[in-house]
Design a protein around this ligand. Structure first.
Ligand code: GDP
Length: 701
């Protein structure tokens, strides 16, 4: 018998457990991408239904109705109206939830009107007893003209039965369960006569929504005598919704019994504490503190481990492969590049572990309730708090964490401003410069000036993020309606499978999505630092030998000098010298220029590069030697010290604001699905940093 492949679309309101059902059906056989041109996540999974039927399961974004008010909802309508789409469903599985059947059925009755076989899943049946709910399934199946699967995706109940039911999709009724066209008989009759081959509800959706529907000429609809004004259409839509709810109420009156006495008030007690005017915030900040600690502290151990492994690999490659360009590319370009990508995995894992637990447990909705009002003033969402705070560890996982912000504009603004928060890669740069130019003194007897400076830099980053959000909110003209219901789902213990799949998926998305770009940039930077058109670079060793003939340099000191000399004459060294006229008004020389260019790979590279240039060797971890070298550095013409108060402050400000991180750009590209936004980020942040640093230096010098 030949194998059959069918398309199954999962549709449902947000929070009904649609993702959990999807995960149960497909396990790790999932592919996540984006719908073309927009940033809505597209998830397709694979499921073996029976020996001869396989299914592509499409997890569509959560939607309350077919009256599109967001990009997410348009995706659903576009697919359901487009028979030619290669994912057009053979059968729809509408996931509902036992405690919110009434609201969930609104979408169900609309979907039924599309005349596609539709199965109704009633999920979370494990809560029926607790909530005292009982259902008359045969009655409901008859009234709703469908087959019902009772499922608990949490307890893995009913999934096998659901799979079997899906295989019988051809026997499931495609009849609507109510006659919605009775809201205006004349109008709909007219419509039916003009387009006899189209389903009536489809026509109605095309008339009322702005959908990209291909096999129907919109113009023909618009030029006909039955066109109505927008307000008339709105009124009809309202009538339609009322009609549907009347039907649902009548059906549930008989088909569903709720013994309200058995419902517990645990939820409302917990809500009172978690959204309390004082305790709510306290608890939230404690949770944030926990998240912050974990991405900062706990990730250190695995990150160091990854770092050491890749340093070892790199050394092993240099020693064991025949010397030459290829070996250098592997040992100094590719291995460190891959290491630099994998290094982010611990932070991404920890952050998403927390976020998915917060989402799953229902707590995130309380956070939104608490923070939304404040954040919205700045064009951000209540959920932006998590990325903004996580950004203090690293912008990469933080930007990825914006995925759960529903409104595209709020999400975009959060992505764009998060890199302003002070990430941990800025710390080594701040530490060395503060140590150089800020006196280690106490003011008012207890405030250490160096500590105070560091705190001010954090404050500056955060204020800049908020301020730019405010401005972006005013200037960005994006058409996305903020029509969004703050829903408070029930508290639940997170499902291990859901959390696990989220973490694996995010890590995969990062490594294979942004990773490619990060690797490419690190290889380019390696090339620039290791090659040169100049003869001096090629003959560096001889030149240095003849220069240092009479001095008694140790082998190590000689190697350090050699590395410094080569770097100076490499492409990057030449670039540093070329940009000197541009950066000298900020108080920097070409050496700082080289360090700034190299630190585009990651900010902390700044310190290591200076260590090489000042030929102190090592990786920049030996602060004392670099610091004393930096202290001595003087302008060879004027004799003025290079690192003075003015240039130090200028550098601190430059690093506070500049977009000095290739990986962040790569992630922004991945998350916004376009080069426009990361490029805007790069140009805006870097020019702003330049101007601020320039003003600071010119005033202070
Ligand atoms: P989606 O928004 O519809 O994709 O819903 P999710 O799959 O993310 O689930 C929403 C919440 O319901 C999560 O906290 C899940 O752990 C929980 N959940 C999912 N399925 C069940 C179930 O069968 N029983 C119970 N009690 N909770 C569930």
């Amino acid at each position: 018998m030949s194998k059959q492949n069918i398309n199954v679309a999962l549709i449902g309101n947000p929070n009904v457990g649609k993702t959990s059902v999807f995960n149960q059906l497909t396990g790790l056989n999932q592919q996540v991408g984006n719908y073309p041109g927009i940033t809505v996540e597209k998830k397709v999974g694979f499921c073996k239904l029976s020996t001869n039927i396989n299914a592509n399961v499409i997890d569509l974004p959560g939607t309350y109705s077919l009256n599109a008010s967001s990009a997410d909802e348009s995706v659903v309508i576009d697919l359901l109206l487009n028979k030619k789409d290669k994912l057009f469903p053979d059968v729809i599985v509408l996931v509902s939830e036992v405690e919110n059947l009434k609201r969930n059925l609104l979408l169900f009755t609309q979907i039924k009107d599309l005349e596609i076989p539709t199965i109704l899943v009633i999920n979370m049946i494990d809560r029926m007893k607790l909530k005292g709910i009982s259902l008359d399934i045969p009655f409901l199946e008859e009234k709703l003209k469908t087959k019902i699967a009772l499922v608990s995706s949490r307890k893995n109940i009913g999934i096998e039965e659901l799979k079997k039911l899906i295989t019988t999709y051809k026997t499931i009724s495609t009849e609507p369960c109510l006659n919605a066209s009775s809201i205006d008989d004349v109008y709909f009759d007219n419509l039916r006569k003009t387009f006899p081959n189209q389903s009536l509800y489809k026509l109605w959706l095309v008339i009322t929504q702005d959908v990209n529907f291909v096999d129907l000429n919109r113009k023909a609809l618009e030029h006909n005598s039955f066109t109505k004004s927008d307000s008339e259409l709105k009124r009809l839509q309202q009538k339609e919704t009322i009609k549907r709810y009347q039907f649902i109420n009548n059906t549930l009156k008989i088909g569903q019994k709720i013994d309200s006495a058995s419902a517990t008030d645990f939820r409302s007690k917990l809500d009172r504490v978690l959204t309390h005017k004082f305790w709510g915030y306290m608890i939230f900040f404690a949770v944030l503190f926990g998240i912050f600690q974990s991405i900062f502290e706990w990730s250190k151990i695995p990150m160091d481990f990854i770092d050491r492994i890749f340093a070892g690999l790199s050394a092993a490659a240099s020693q064991n492969l025949p010397p030459g360009t290829f070996t250098n590319l592997i040992a100094q370009g590719i291995i460190p590049g891959v290491g630099g990508i994998l290094m982010f995995i611990p932070q991404i894992t920890f952050l998403f572990l927390f976020i998915s637990v917060l989402e799953e447990s229902g707590y995130m909705s309380r956070v939104v309730f608490l923070m939304d009002k404040i954040m919205r003033k700045f064009g951000l969402s209540g959920k932006s708090v998590v990325p903004l705070i996580s950004g203090t560890a690293c912008a990469i996982p933080a930007i990825m964490a914006t995925r759960n912000i529903e409104n595209w504009k709020e999400r975009l603004i959060t992505i764009l401003v998060t890199p302003f928060t002070t990430c941990s890669a800025r710390l080594p740069v701040y530490a060395i410069i503060i140590g150089l130019v800020i006196p280690d003194k106490f003011v008012f007897g207890f405030l250490n000036l160096q500590g105070l400076t560091l705190m001010l830099l954090y404050f500056l980053g955060f204020s800049m993020a908020i301020l730019s959000a405010y401005i972006l909110n005013k200037v960005l003209k994006l058409n996305c309606k903020t029509f969004f219901v703050v829903e408070m789902p029930n508290y639940k213990l997170p499902m291990f499978k859901n959390v696990g799949i989220t973490v694996i998926e995010k890590t995969k998305a990062f490594v294979f999505g942004a990773g490619k770009i990060i690797l490419a940039i690190s290889v380019v930077l390696w090339f620039l630092a290791s090659y040169s058109p100049s003869e001096k670079f090629k003959n560096a060793e001889e030149i240095l030998h003849s220069k240092t003939e009479n001095s008694s340099l140790t082998k190590r000191a000689f190697d350090n000098k050699l590395a410094s000399y080569k770097l100076e004459h490499s492409y990057i060294g030449i670039m540093g010298k070329t940009i000197e006229p541009l950066i000298s008004p900020l108080g920097y020389d070409w050496k700082i220029g080289v360090a700034i260019i190299s630190s585009f790979a990651a900010r902390e590279v700044f310190v290591g590069t200076l260590a090489t240039i000042y030929s102190v060797g090592g990786d920049g971890k030996n602060d004392e030697t670099i610091r004393s070298k930096m202290k001595e550095e003087a302008n060879h013409e004027t004799g003025d010290k290079i690192f003075n108060f003015a240039s130090g402050i200028s550098l601190l400000l430059f690093y506070a604001f500049a977009m000095q991180c290739a990986s962040t750009l790569a992630v922004t590209k991945k998350e916004t699905n376009s080069w426009k936004w990361p490029m805007g980020q790069l140009v805006f942040m870097s020019s702003f940093a330049y101007i601020v640093a320039l003003i600071a230096y010119q005033i202070l010098k």
